[in-house]
Design a binder for this molecule. Structure first.
Ligand code: 9MR
Length: 384
């Protein structure tokens, strides 16, 4: 893979020169895929060609989660985003969208009833601005990673409703105009498509109507942000994605400001690729929604020596490539995020015993076939 890179870069440079030089009008015209932190008009240099974000089609955001909090706190390394210089360099260079992996979740950003802790989230949003990147906010209404004071508190329904409203107003309001998309409601359905009525504190205590309120409050706090439903296990057409489709239709009919539906994409080479992903996303696009892939990774069973085989890496690259191609093929699927770019910080080995190597770079930041596949498909889409 590595040996063909210089030739590929030269070819890409030649191919890209034509459309860019021949169409100067696009420099001031509207971006085809919407406004963006697009680097299209920076010069064609080897350094630029070496960036996923630069070879991506105009207006298409290629993102990564920003490692920190969550499982990282139990590992024997310091906060990756703060302390790992190489990590930060790659994050700024390769990606045009960032998703805080944990730093905007309730337990981090709202650790006590009357105290918010914005430092880590602020640092990410500032970094994104310095690097001409957009941010996906994650997340506002979820059953997991809520602080004990909330989950174990003794609140009346009215108080609980006020707590959620204040949280959304405060957090969304703080970053108003600086967040491109918010995962307003995360993982609110069970696999059979029913609402999580037992483990989601908001739905359990306040009923399903609270979901619509969360979208309304987020919209009031930042009218520019695109507001999303986000979940896993909804890559295919199945009971769960069917239920989201019905829910979104109902909310849109009621005038609730829902703007998008995103699939997380935590895939495994144990299972086949969800090859109806494009068809599924198109069902939501047909409702006028934006769509996105928000947390892609592809885990595998690690051989005894811990090193993936060439065949495993090929299969992984194929899954990454197909997920990207599905998104690129759908009108309004303009945001494609991987859940971390290096195995050094991946959540996978911590949560799935014996599995790992789920990202596009090794722990030493060596690029895997999956990285090259993303690069190639982005470039081809841009040239198309
Ligand atoms: O990657 C996150 C990890 O650091 C946390 O420990 C974990 C706790 O649940 O959450 C991980 O991120 C999840 C994301 O927020 C929602 N979708 C599933 C992701 C992987 O579990």
């Amino acid at each position: 893979m590595r040996s063909v890179r210089p030739a590929l870069l030269a070819l890409a440079a030649a191919a890209l020169a034509l459309p860019l030089l021949a169409a100067p009008a696009t420099a001031t015209g509207p971006a085809e895929r919407g406004t963006s932190a697009s680097p299209s008009f920076s010069p064609i240099t080897d350094a630029n060609l070496d960036r996923l974000r630069w070879v991506a089609p105009e207006g298409f955001h290629v993102g990564s989660a920003v490692a920190g909090g969550g499982h990282h706190l139990e590992q024997d390394y310091p906060d990756p985003f703060t302390y790992d210089c190489e990590y930060r360099k790659i994050l700024g260079k390769q990606f045009s969208s960032l998703s805080p992996e944990n730093q905007m979740k309730w337990e981090f950003i709202h650790p006590e009833p009357d105290r918010y802790a914005f430092e880590a989230a602020d640092a990410i949003v500032d970094f994104a601005e310095e690097n001409d990147q957009v941010v996906r906010g994650h997340t506002l209404l979820w059953h997991s990673q809520n602080p004990a004071w909330l989950e174990e508190g003794d609140f009346t329904d009215e108080e609980l409703r006020a707590i959620l409203r204040d949280h959304i107003t405060t957090v969304v309001g703080r970053y108003a105009g600086r967040i491109q998309q918010w995962d307003v409601a995360n993982e609110i359905l069970n696999d059979d498509g029913t609402l999580r009525t037992s483990d989601n504190i908001w739905i359990r205590e306040l009923g399903p109507g609270i979901v619509a309120d969360a979208f309304r409050w987020a919209h009031e706090a930042d009218p520019e942000a695109e507001l999303y439903f986000n979940d896993y296990g909804v890559e295919s057409v199945n009971a769960k994605s069917d239920a989201y489709l019905a829910l979104v239709e109902e909310l849109l009919a009621d005038g609730v400001p829902v703007h998008g539906f995103s699939v997380q994409g935590h895939l495994s080479t144990r299972y086949g690729f969800p090859d109806d992903l494009e068809r599924n996303l198109n069902r939501f696009a047909a409702l006028g929604l934006g769509t996105a892939v928000t947390e892609l990774d592809v885990r595998m069973d690690l051989p005894e020596n811990g090193e993936p085989t060439r065949q495993q890496l090929r299969q992984q690259a194929d899954y990454y490539g197909r997920a990207l191609s599905a998104c690129l093929a759908v009108e309004g699927c303009d945001s494609f995020t991987i859940w971390g770019f290096t195995d050094k910080y991946s959540w996978v080995p911590v949560f799935f015993e014996g599995e790992g190597a789920a990202t596009v770079m090794t722990a030493d930041y060596a690029r895997k076939p999956a990285f090259h596949t993303l690069w190639t498909r982005l470039l081809l889409a841009r040239l198309h």
